[in-house]
Structures are given as C-alpha cells and as structure tokens.
Design a protein around this ligand. Structure first.
Ligand SMILES: NC(=O)c1ccc[n+]([C@@H]2O[C@H](COP(=O)([O-])OP(=O)(O)OC[C@H]3O[C@@H](n4cnc5c(N)ncnc54)[C@H](O)[C@@H]3O)[C@@H](O)[C@H]2O)c1
Length: 266
C-alpha cells in the first residue's frame, strides 16, 4: 500500500499563497503604530480593510490611505473594552462586507512601573484593554467566522508575554495571558476551520515605546540586548502578519510568532 507521500502535489497558484485578494479584514487599533502598518500592508496584498480604533480621526486617515490604494475600506470608532461597542462594530462590518475573513486584535497599553509603585487601578487598566478588549473581539468576530466555517484571527502579544522584565508586571501578565488565550481559541476554533495565532514583537519604533526612546540610558540598555542591534521599523511587522493572515499559514494554529531581531534567542 502506498504511503501517499510520493503522490503529494503542489497546490494551484503556489506563488500566490501570500496574497489577500478578495479577503475582508478587520484591524483594531488601526489608527497608529503596528495596527496601522498591518492595515496598510493587508491592503497592499489585496485585502479590503475595516479600520477600527477608539481614535476616530486616526482610523479615518488609515481608511483614506487604503481607499487611495484602490481597496474598499471602512473606518469605525470602537472602544474594544466595551462589549456593546464591539458587538455593534460586528453588525456594521457585516453590513459593509457581508462577513469577515481576517481579524487582527492590536490595541495595547503599558504602565512601566515597579510592582511597589503600581496602583491596583493601573494594573486593571492594562488588563482591561490588552486582555479583555482582545477577548471581546476574538469572541464577537470569532462567532461570525465559526458560523461561516472560515477565518484567521491574529492576536497581538509581545515578547514580554514569553519572558519577564522588571517594571512590566501588568503588561507582561496581560501578554502572557494573550499567548494562552490564543492557544485556547485555536483549539476551540480549529474544528470550524478558523486558525488563531499571535504575534510577539520585540521593540518597534512606535508611540508605545517613546518613553524608552527618550531616555538614552534606558534605550541603550534595551538595544544592547537585541542581536540585530536596533529596534524594528513598524513596516517590518507586515510580513509576519500577512503570513498568518494568508493561505501561506494554512497549517499553523495556536502559535506565537516572535519578531524581535534575535533578542530572545540569547
Ligand atoms: N511598539 C512596540 O515595540 C511593541 C512591542 C511589542 C508589542 N506591541 C504591541 O503591539 C500593539 C500595538 O502597539 P503600538 O506600538 O502600535 O501602539 P500604538 O499606541 O501606536 O497604537 C495603539 C492603537 O490602539 C488604539 N486604542 C487604544 N485603546 C483603544 C480602545 N480601547 N479601543 C480601540 N482602540 C484603542 C489607539 O488609539 C492606537 O491607535 C500593542 O498591543 C502592543 O502591546 C508593541
């Protein structure tokens, strides 16, 4: 009896497996930083993109850039911490595109303080956005994908969800939880043909890390740990995000992809 291995054939259109033509993507946190890059990157690879953000003006600016590329785009003001706000965004996106193929959950904040100086409310504030906001979107959009029996969910974790660092109690806790939530979602949604993965960036030059970049000693300390000796440029998140959003990752689920210039290889 043949094992079938020698009969394996390359799929049709192999060179197109990273393309996102005709895909309907939702990117939360699309007004700024890595979310904006991912939204623009998806459009360059052929997707129509709904840009969701609490910052309405910023979301509109990203929408305009995508429309200028000749793709359909929609800007929605959404507070991902608010379950009702997320649910009404699902309705608006459905009315706009008739469904969703890709969701990227991006918004995140940090409170860089030692535990002894971190107020309980500050801890909750970080968890509320980084973890619960992401849960809201994964649940609401996941339900849509499960019933359509297709979809890709990408959650924004961080290297600090995998390793620890001083002054990162709230942030590292939230991102560690995102890594675990991603695995649970992957297991629950796999039978419904929905893949769920996470991105774990190291340091990228976005507004979120301004505090570090403005402190020379802190910046040198951080950059000294990165094998490639620099922060990532925001556009460098696009390749990994497109990989996880596209057919190129059709057998990848429950994983966290590290993009850190070799920081955690040491
Ligand atoms: N920049 C980095 O070096 C880095 C490294 C690792 C992980 N990350 C993660 O990547 C993600 C994006 O980081 P960034 O640097 O691009 O940040 P950013 O501050 O530039 O962008 C965050 C976006 O989220 C939006 N947002 C904030 N609260 C929201 C809410 N309640 N509802 C909807 N939108 C909201 C903001 O308006 C903003 O547009 C975060 O989850 C962050 O933890 C960033």
């Amino acid at each position: 009896m043949s094992s079938g291995i020698e009969q394996s054939e390359l799929p049709e259109g192999l060179q197109e497996i990273f393309r996102l033509d005709g895909q309907r993507a939702v990117v939360t946190g699309a007004a700024s930083g890595l979310g904006k890059m991912i939204a623009l990157g998806f459009a360059h690879f052929g997707a129509d993109v709904a840009c969701l953000d609490i910052d309405q003006e910023g979301a509109r600016a990203t929408e305009e850039e995508i429309s200028n590329l000749g793709h359909k785009s929609l800007a929605l003001q959404v507070d991902v911490r608010d379950w009702e706000s997320v649910l009404s965004s699902v309705q608006e996106v459905e009315a706009w595109a008739g469904g969703v193929d890709i969701v990227v959950n991006v918004p995140g904040i940090n409170q860089r303080k030692p535990v002894l100086e971190l107020e309980p409310e500050e801890f909750s504030e970080v968890l509320e956005l980084n973890l619960k906001g992401l849960f809201h979107c994964a649940k609401a959009y996941g339900e849509l994908m499960v019933s359509a029996r297709r979809g890709k969910i990408i959650n924004m974790a961080s290297v600090l969800g995998l390793i620890a660092m001083e002054r990162q109690a709230a942030y590292a806790s939230s991102k560690g939880a995102v890594v675990q939530l991603t695995k649970v979602l992957a297991l629950e949604f796999a039978p419904h043909n929905v893949q769920v993965n996470a991105l774990a960036p190291g340091y990228f030059t976005t507004p979120l890390v301004r505090q570090i970049m403005e402190d020379e000693a802190w910046y040198q300390d951080v950059v000294g740990r990165i094998a490639q000796g620099r922060f990532g440029e925001p556009w460098e998140i696009i390749g990994p995000a497109v990989f996880l959003a596209s057919r190129a990752s059709s057998f990848v689920t429950g994983t966290t992809l590290i993009i850190d210039g070799g920081w955690t290889a040491a």
